[in-house]
Design a protein. Structure first.
Length: 187
């Protein structure tokens, strides 16, 4: 599986591509940051992020895009910018028919470090170790994007099994209701 991880942000939008399957060594195919100028108006910044994400999609052809789920912060302005950048990444992927998965920061930290409260240095160190890199990706947004991709690759098989089990359970419940209804009509 090839996953483009996106750590959304207006000034620095981290991007990283990881390939592999759960239980096997993973490979980093690319890592970087899509940057926009803080003094540009919001529309131009979003266009810049869109162009950057589109270039990564063209270059690496991921099977899935994993985006950090926006969470509440004290700074509403930061949350808005993160949400807008996140929406651009989801739009770019969806326009191409590429599935999008959202992961919370604590989910990503737990998957990569074993602790949902890990700091950026710990995430960077584990990404470096897991992908067998010579140094942590800089800036931290780039390492976070790789962590998102790793998280998805590792969690996807379990999430898929859980979704299949829930769907199967719903089908069984619907069949049981149908059988009960048919029996009730024949009496």
């Amino acid at each position: 599986m090839r996953v483009l991880g996106v750590d959304p942000g207006l000034t620095r939008c981290g991007v990283g591509v990881v390939e592999g399957v759960a239980g096997r060594p993973l490979t980093m195919l690319g890592v970087g940051v899509v940057r926009t100028a803080a003094d540009d108006d919001i529309g131009m910044r979003l266009v810049g992020i869109e162009r950057g994400i589109e270039e990564w999609l063209d270059r690496f052809s991921p099977e899935l895009v994993a985006v950090e789920r926006v969470f509440s912060q004290h700074n509403v302005r930061t949350v808005m910018g993160t949400a807008q950048a996140s929406a651009v990444a989801m739009l770019c992927a969806s326009r191409r028919g590429i599935p999008v998965a959202l992961h919370t920061p604590s989910e990503v930290k737990a998957a990569v470090t074993g602790s949902g409260r890990a700091d950026k240095a710990q995430v960077g160190a584990m990404v470096t170790r897991l992908l067998r890199l010579s140094a942590p990706p800089k800036p931290a947004d780039a390492a976070d994007a790789l962590a998102l991709a790793i998280c998805h690759i590792w969690r996807a098989p379990a999430q898929n099994r859980l979704q299949q089990a829930v769907a199967q359970n719903r089908l069984q419940q619907a069949a049981a209701r149908h059988t009960s209804a048919v029996k009730g009509r024949t009496r």
